[in-house]
Design a protein around this ligand. Structure first.
Ligand SMILES: Cc1ncc(COP(=O)(O)O)c(C=O)c1O
Length: 440
């Protein structure tokens, strides 16, 4: 290999113009200013979980210190203030994705949000109706459709739902390069399809699904759409109403927020009819010894004491992202993703997964280094202070299709600099010479 200098045109992506702003942003992230293995940390694992700015940490701490009280329960002043802030956080997050507050349900993470929908379907299907309607009744002859590139969080809950109800699970395959076989969509999505669940952006490939076309095909057959927006909502503007999906899920910890908080968006009419997943306190209107009436959404899906300080901190994260601007974040990360992709294809013995440079991709790239296991790549980079993700990234079927058991993923966020991307490229170029003694 001669050089890993990216081929991205400076006039198209003015790196210098962004640098001052990125430096200012970096000042807000205490986690960025530490040494790992004797080197300044280069954090390229934001698709797994994002670092947190001071503003978010402060919001969570302020609430815990001064506002702690049970929401929707007490009559005292603190409880009323906590409830107000908790519901205010819901309105902030809802507005961020173009939804109404009563269309936003708090969950622990995206995984729980998908399970909430899947268990809503099975509660409606197994005789325990829990106030559900026929819209969610599934059985033999019905089909659930996913894609071959899904994160396990958007696959296994549907496998289990199929098992519980007798519905069949089908999938839209990908090519050996990881591209969705949209030519097969009309064969896979048909009159039996009741659910179509797919990722907006692949957490392995960084590729972007044709949401409008998939929604169109699902609607044409009356199927409910579930969008896994874990890798899109944190990184680009997303308007769930404009996308036309019925449900969407994402996790707070991937968008500068804390762990332990996630979001389910559901179209109002559907949430009204979906049976609850968890039952207990806080989600009921009246209870007798024999049965209970449930609250309307979103509270009917929020049984038990809620994740209050986490919700408030997530709203602070949303405020932070909005202030920087989701358009700008999306553009910056698009540039970084292209820089990564272009650099990786220029390194001898490295196979870039997913879209070729120049094709739309998010700010991440996964790759295989010929002859070197991904875990060794990760260890080698870690010795230089560079944090990346290695393994199957919770997408074993996709890796199998790509002929791999594991890959290495570098993923960026609004605090990532172009120099950090160049540093990881330089280090990846050193991997094979180090392990195999091959020329650079
Ligand atoms: C595309 C995608 N879906 C779902 C998830 C699951 O998110 P969580 O573990 O926060 O529930 C992730 C996280 O890695 C992801 O990247």
């Amino acid at each position: 290999m001669t050089s890993v200098t990216p081929t991205v045109q400076p006039e198209v992506h003015p790196v210098g113009a962004h640098r001052a702003e990125v430096d200012r942003i970096r000042d807000d992230f205490p986690g960025l200013h530490q040494q790992v293995a004797g080197h300044p940390l280069v954090y390229l694992d934001s698709a797994a979980t994002a670092l947190k700015p001071r503003q978010v940490l402060d919001a969570e701490r302020r609430f815990a210190e001064l506002r702690t009280a049970a929401v929707h329960r007490g009559a005292h002043t603190l409880a009323a203030t906590a409830t107000e802030e908790f519901e205010g956080a819901r309105a902030t997050v809802a507005a961020f994705i173009g939804a109404a507050p009563d269309e936003v349900v708090w969950t622990s993470n995206a995984t729980e949000a998908i399970n909430l929908v899947a268990y809503g379907f099975s509660n409606a299907s197994t005789g325990d109706r829990l106030d559900g309607t026929d819209a969610f009744r599934l059985g033999p002859g019905d089909e659930i459709v996913v894609t071959e590139l899904e994160h396990h969080a958007n696959l296994i809950p549907w496998q289990e739902l199929a098992r519980r109800t007798g519905a069949a699970l089908r999938h839209l395959p990908v090519t050996e390069d990881g591209e969705l076989r949209m030519d097969l969509a009309p064969d896979v999505i048909g009159s039996r399809t009741r659910i179509l669940a797919f990722s907006h952006i692949s957490n392995v490939l960084g590729s972007v699904a044709p949401v409008a076309e998939l929604v169109r095909q699902a609607r044409a057959v009356g199927a409910v759409t579930v969008l896994d927006a874990c890798q899109s909502v944190p990184h680009r503007p997303v308007d769930v109403h404009a996308l036309g999906v019925d449900f969407a899920v994402f996790s707070g910890h991937k968008m500068l927020g804390p762990t332990g908080i996630g979001v389910l968006y559901g179209r109002r009419e559907l949430l009204r009819e979906l049976p609850p997943f968890l039952t207990g306190g806080s989600m009921i209107s009246t209870v007798t010894m024999e049965r209970a009436e449930y609250l309307p959404p979103p509270h009917r899906f929020e049984a038990g004491t809620q994740k209050v300080s986490q919700a408030i901190a997530l709203a602070a994260a949303v405020d932070y992202l909005r202030e920087v601007g989701m358009d700008r974040i999306g553009q910056w990360q698009g540039m970084l993703g292209q820089r990564l992709a272009a650099g990786l294809v220029g390194i001898r013995g490295v196979r870039l997964l997913g879209p070729a440079p120049g094709t739309e991709r998010a700010g991440l790239a996964s790759f295989e280094v010929d002859g070197v296991h991904a875990h060794d790549v990760g260890q080698f980079l870690d010795d230089r202070g560079i944090a990346v993700r290695v393994g199957h990234h919770c997408a074993q079927p996709l890796h199998r299709r790509l002929g791999l058991t594991a890959s290495t993923r570098a993923s960026t966020y609004l605090y990532t600099t172009a120099e950090e991307v160049d540093l990881v490229l330089e280090s990846v170029a050193d991997v094979r010479p180090f392990f195999l003694g091959t020329p650079r």
